[in-house]
Write a protein that binds this ligand. Structure first.
Ligand SMILES: [Zn+2]
Length: 354
């Protein structure tokens, strides 16, 4: 098969607001994209989207990419109209001051800026420390609380506001929250490719999962509901070949080197070996990563439902900052590889490790 990236759809997905627990606008995009392609689309109570092909097959493969991105939840609006927030997911607070955000409410979307006292006014000890999350706030440009309340309220959310752009001349793209819009994109594109010819054995459940960043909550619910035989999670992984990124720690992984495929207790060795074999056969590059325990992503929840599990990741630079970089070549390769894997599954195949 030859697959070409639908870059417009990737751009749409990554730029639609989808903070953890507030994924609904982006899930509508996923649902609309797939509902006329696959056999069935379902939604559950937390907002997971299930796109299903061959629902009557006795052999179930679950694909999971979490649509949520790290973001901010408005916790308080003060008398001067500043918004105070809780983090939704893990941030490095040194990356936050001065960043532009989009605050989303039922009254619309509003540009905001994360504010902080100027460096000139900081004491020597303060300058050495990372800013405390509780001291950061969002400035909407309002004069007072009354004006702010006309736009947003407690419980609304915000995400970085940096769009999608190409970077350099090596098929790289930069956006906020490729972690993990790119995972959800990969699942959607695999489902779209598979729907062109459904004459394969497996039933495939392509899921755009929610709430990964606060404890794999969507994937847990989906895996318990589906009870898949095989589950594959798609996420971003660390790219080496950047300052201070140690190969000794994270492995020899780079942008454009192909999907990062994890090996270790979280993963079924038979599934992983078969993926390696198919990659070699189809001349698709890949990079190995050793993970010594249950991972911090959807693959963990999927394995605990009993599935033979794999994790394929897109190398990513500057993860959980406003500007994450990936290679579109890696995205293309991961989609081709997993379509080949799903089509290779035959009735009677066993993935028991012994
Ligand atoms: Zn992720």
């Amino acid at each position: 098969m030859s697959y070409e990236i639908n870059e417009e759809f990737l751009k749409k997905l990554v730029t639609t607001p989808r903070a953890t627990g507030y994924e609904f606008p982006a899930q509508v995009v996923v649902k609309t994209y797939l509902e006329n392609e696959v056999d069935k689309v379902e939604v559950d109570n937390v907002g997971n989207i299930y796109a299903i092909i061959n629902p009557d097959s006795p052999f179930k493969i679950m694909l999971a990419g979490h649509i949520d991105q790290i973001g901010f939840q408005i916790s308080h609006i003060d008398d001067n109209g500043y918004l105070w927030f809780h983090p939704l997911g893990g941030f490095d607070t040194t990356t936050l001051p001065g960043k532009r955000v989009r605050v989303i409410s039922d009254k619309g979307e509003f540009l905001g800026v994360i504010g902080k006292k100027a460096v000139h006014l900081m004491k020597a000890e303060e300058r050495k420390k990372a800013p405390e999350m509780e001291k950061l706030f969002i400035d909407l440009g309002c004069k007072d609380k009354e004006e702010a309340l006309k736009k947003v309220d407690v419980g609304d959310f915000a995400v970085f506001d940096y769009g999608y752009q190409r970077l350099g001349d090596n098929n790289y793209a930069v956006a906020s929250g490729f972690d993990d819009a790119v995972g959800s994109f990969i699942v959607a594109e695999i489902m779209k490719e598979l729907s062109k010819d459904k004459s394969f054995f497996a039933g495939v459940y392509g899921i755009s999962t929610v709430q990964e960043e606060i404890g794999l909550r969507g994937a847990h619910i989906a895996a318990e509901k589906i009870k898949p035989d095989i589950g594959i999670a798609f996420d971003v992984g660390f790219a080496a070949y950047a300052p201070e990124m140690e190969k000794k720690q994270i492995g020899d992984t780079k942008l454009g080197g192909g999907p990062i495929i994890s090996i270790g207790p979280n993963f079924n060795p038979v599934v992983v070996k078969k993926i390696f074999e198919l990659a070699d056969k189809n001349e698709i590059p890949y990079q190995k990563h050793a993970a010594q325990r249950g991972t911090g992503n959807d693959a963990n929840a999927i394995q605990l439902s009993g599935a033979a599990t794999a994790l394929l990741a897109i190398p990513n630079r500057y993860m959980h900052t406003a500007s994450e970089i990936i290679s579109l070549d890696d995205v293309k390769n991961i989609i081709q590889l997993v379509v080949a894997f799903i089509k290779s599954i035959k009735e009677g195949d066993s993935f028991l490790p012994l």
